[in-house]
Design a protein around this ligand. Structure first.
Ligand SMILES: Cc1cc2nc3c(=O)[nH]c(=O)nc-3n(C[C@H](O)[C@H](O)[C@H](O)COP(=O)(O)OP(=O)(O)OC[C@H]3O[C@@H](n4cnc5c(N)ncnc54)[C@H](O)[C@@H]3O)c2cc1C
Length: 429
């Protein structure tokens, strides 16, 4: 019997999921990709767009033609309500789509509303989405014409720390190139208990490494920070002790601010008992499958992962690109098995591999497995990371444009580092 598989969300995870399923499913099985935006965006390049080094057109790809080429139906519409008991998704246009199997890949909703004055519609810039990052790039030009203090970092409950460090260092690099760095005091404010924690309890010596880089670049920092509010030109935050009690209240004036928000699940998923946790993140088992609705899978930033250790100010676990690809590959193997009446057998590795670019050099880390104690901790920095990140962008954009599910770059880097994306079943390579 032929099956209809729907992938909801066409970001870094969903787009590649549709391609990998096209390879793993039978020809007669139908795949539909649904996304609220007509284009794919390569989110990791957004910090570059935030200083004007990329334009929207450089890092987006129209989805309709590339999906048509691969025989995947593309619907540009937003999910407003999932009805898992009926295998149905209600869309903003009023249309409804039913499915046999569903892969949820809707990424995060950005929780700017949890803090007063926060977000691109209030007093801070954002690089989380290309639309925000382009706006930030324009604000950045105005700022450079009349510079002043910068506050940058992440707020309580954030999980994605890499881009906060990236953007801080990229701004530093850009200001030095413009020869106005001396006019810009910079402070990095983070809920992490120490610099380089990254929501992962650190990876190798990311603490020493990132502290040293920040010292070199004259960026001051405050850790264990909980933001209270952003005024138009002033950040209010509290620094806490190990037991969570207040250590010191801070006020930092700024002319430019960018903070990573906390994430939560999208509204269409919120409150569905057994499908999501209280923040709306999709519950998945070791096979990326939802325990209550076994025909639903979740991949990427939208899934629930508990932090390995509690921190004095709450932090979450980052879900990085390579980890997401391991979820995609496992799901692409498991769905055909379910269709064939078998049990799933592929588990993602969830190894965290990340390249953080600083505009001229960068830092890379690999945590295997994600949570300590680990078999492998590796962190390094240098000019090569900048080149590797450029290559990552080039190959990933090419992969989406051509509809290929596993090209050279992953194979090359991952073989070099002897990493597998899935633990059991076929490797797909
Ligand atoms: C600024 C930034 C930089 C990052 N840099 C890196 C990096 O360098 N390396 C790395 O490994 N990781 C990086 N990450 C982490 C991670 O890889 C990215 O967040 C990645 O984009 C997550 O992929 P995803 O598919 O889970 O979600 P997304 O890429 O966010 O995709 C979600 C998709 O769902 C769609 N969608 C949302 N709501 C709906 C709806 N209601 N109906 C239909 N569609 C919907 C969205 O439009 C989008 O297409 C970065 C994250 C950020 C925020």
């Amino acid at each position: 019997m032929m099956a209809h598989v729907v992938v909801l969300g066409a970001g870094l995870g969903g787009t590649i999921q549709a391609y990998e399923l096209r390879d793993s499913l039978e020809e007669g099985d139908k795949i539909t990709l649904i996304s609220d935006k007509p284009y794919f965006q390569f989110t990791p390049s957004n910090p570059w767009a935030g200083v004007g080094w990329r334009k929207k057109g450089d890092v987006t790809i129209e989805l309709a033609p590339v999906m048509k080429d691969r025989g995947i139906e593309f619907i540009c519409d937003a999910a407003v309500k999932l009805e898992p008991a009926e295998n149905r998704i209600k869309l903003k246009s009023g249309a409804e789509v039913t499915y046999d199997y569903l892969v949820i890949a809707t990424g995060p909703e950005l929780a700017f509303d949890e803090i007063d004055g926060f977000g691109p519609e209030a007093n801070t810039s954002s690089v989380c989405q290309i639309e925000h990052a382009e706006l930030s790039g324009r604000k950045w030009e105005a700022f450079c014409a009349d510079p002043g203090p910068i506050v940058v970092g992440a707020v309580q409950g954030a999980s994605c720390f890499g881009p906060a460090y990236e953007y801080a260092m990229t701004m530093d690099t850009d200001l030095r190139r413009r020869k106005i760095r001396h006019k810009v005091p910079m402070i990095f404010v983070t809920p992490e208990p120490y610099i380089g924690h990254l929501g992962l309890g650190g990876v190798g010596d990311t603490k020493g490494m990132l502290e040293s880089i920040m010292r070199d670049r004259d960026i001051r920092w405050v850790t264990n920070a909980k933001v209270e509010m952003f005024e138009a030109d002033k950040l209010h935050f509290v620094e806490v002790n190990e037991d969570g009690s207040e250590k010191k209240k801070h006020e930092e004036p700024f002319k430019y601010a960018m903070f990573l928000p906390a994430f939560r699940g999208i509204p269409a998923l919120q409150g569905i008992e057994g499908l999501v946790n209280p923040r709306g993140f999709v519950l998945t088992d070791e096979f990326q499958r939802n325990p209550k609705y076994p025909n639903i899978f979740g991949i990427g930033v939208c899934i629930a992962i508990a932090p390995p250790v509690a921190t004095p100010v709450p932090t979450g676990v980052p879900k990085t690109g390579f980890m997401i690809e391991s979820m995609v590959t496992a799901t692409a193997h498991n769905i055909p098995r379910l269709i064939a009446g078998k049990e799933p057998d592929s588990r993602p590795t969830w190894n965290a591999f990340c390249l953080a670019d600083f505009g001229d050099r960068g830092a890379a880390f690999l945590a295997m497995p994600q949570n300590p104690p680990r078999n492998l901790n590796w962190a390094s920095e240098g000019r090569w990371v900048h080149w590797a990140k450029l290559a990552f962008e080039w190959y990933f954009m090419r992969k989406v444009r051509k509809g290929v599910s596993e090209p050279f770059y992953e194979k090359f880097v991952m073989r070099m580092m002897k990493i597998n994306k899935i633990q059991d079943g076929k490797t797909g390579s």
